[in-house]
Design a protein around this ligand. Structure first.
Ligand SMILES: NC(=O)c1ccc[n+]([C@@H]2O[C@H](COP(=O)([O-])OP(=O)(O)OC[C@H]3O[C@@H](n4cnc5c(N)ncnc54)[C@H](OP(=O)(O)O)[C@@H]3O)[C@@H](O)[C@H]2O)c1
Length: 245
């Protein structure tokens, strides 16, 4: 999987652990300046420091990972974070909407927990959508704007099964957002895609038996974040291959 790497600025949400952290690491390693965001500012700072140190130890040039406090479920936090990015570095080329929660895994659709469904929507759908809109003007100024929405095969309507209604509906809504924005932003050079990382061994997937290493789950997301200008838009991909919406 190859793509462009122009040393631009990338923002990753929910990047203090799991897939988001690994996406941040891989983007920094490819030469991007990474805004590593997390809802807990101290965790963002610690993770940014660790990644910058690790990359520095591999011989990279200077720290390329900077922390940013961003709770995607809090519109005030989103506004404040967007303001900080506008002030410094004043540039954004790549947005990875990775932050996500599984609030109702295993809950039956016939016995829904509506509060849990609301929480899934607030983070996984409204969070990603609001963050995208708050940062849209900065992305418009990029020569190669890329948006990756970290979705899930569980949000694919074509092959959707039962259980986990909040998680499934929130990721299906995220996929719809990918289609809407990719269509409206096509003529402005944006590439907007959804990614399924697969069943990845993180705090989310591990307890359910996921074996896929986080490096492999992140790779397909980084591929979409670094697509060349003639790359796809409005698609849904796992490991670089199209999957049904
Ligand atoms: N693991 C899998 O098998 C799998 C499969 C398909 C899709 N995905 C998707 O991949 C993405 C990453 O999952 P993961 O496996 O890395 O999960 P994870 O290890 O549970 O990490 C989730 C990340 O999201 C952050 N987050 C949650 N709510 C947030 C909020 N309101 N604001 C900002 N950050 C927030 C968490 O921060 P805190 O530390 O503060 O909680 C954490 O950094 C998610 O969107 C998930 O749905 C994962």
């Amino acid at each position: 999987m190859s793509g462009q790497s122009d040393g631009g600025v990338a923002l990753v949400t929910g990047a203090n652990r799991g897939i988001g952290r690994e996406v941040a690491r891989q983007l920094a390693q490819r030469g991007y300046e990474v805004l590593l965001s997390a809802r807990d500012g101290e965790q963002a700072a610690a993770a940014a420091r660790e990644l910058a140190d690790g990359i520095g130890a591999e011989g990279g040039a200077g720290p390329r990972v900077r922390p940013l406090t961003l709770d995607v479920a809090d519109p005030d936090s989103i506004a404040a974070a967007a303001e900080r990015v506008r002030a410094d570095p004043g540039r954004l080329d790549v947005l990875v909407n990775n932050a996500g929660i599984g609030s109702d895994f295993g809950v039956a659709g016939v016995a829904p927990d509506f509060d849990a469904i609301q929480r899934a929507l607030d983070t996984n759908f409204f969070g990603a959508y609001r963050v995208t809109i708050a940062l849209l003007e900065l992305l418009r100024a990029s020569e190669h704007p890329r948006i990756v929405n970290v979705s899930s095969g569980m949000g694919g309507v074509a092959e959707m099964g039962g259980w986990s209604p909040g998680y499934r509906v929130s990721k299906a809504a995220m996929n719809a957002m990918t289609r809407i924005l990719s269509t409206e932003l096509k003529d402005d050079g944006f590439l907007v895609n959804s990614a399924c990382p697969g069943f990845v061994n993180t705090d989310m997937g591990g307890p359910m038996g996921a074996q896929k290493p986080v490096e492999d789950g992140a790779a397909g997301i980084v591929w979409l974040a670094t697509l060349p200008d003639d790359g796809p838009t409005g698609g849904f991909f796992r490991d670089g291959k199209a999957v049904a919406f």
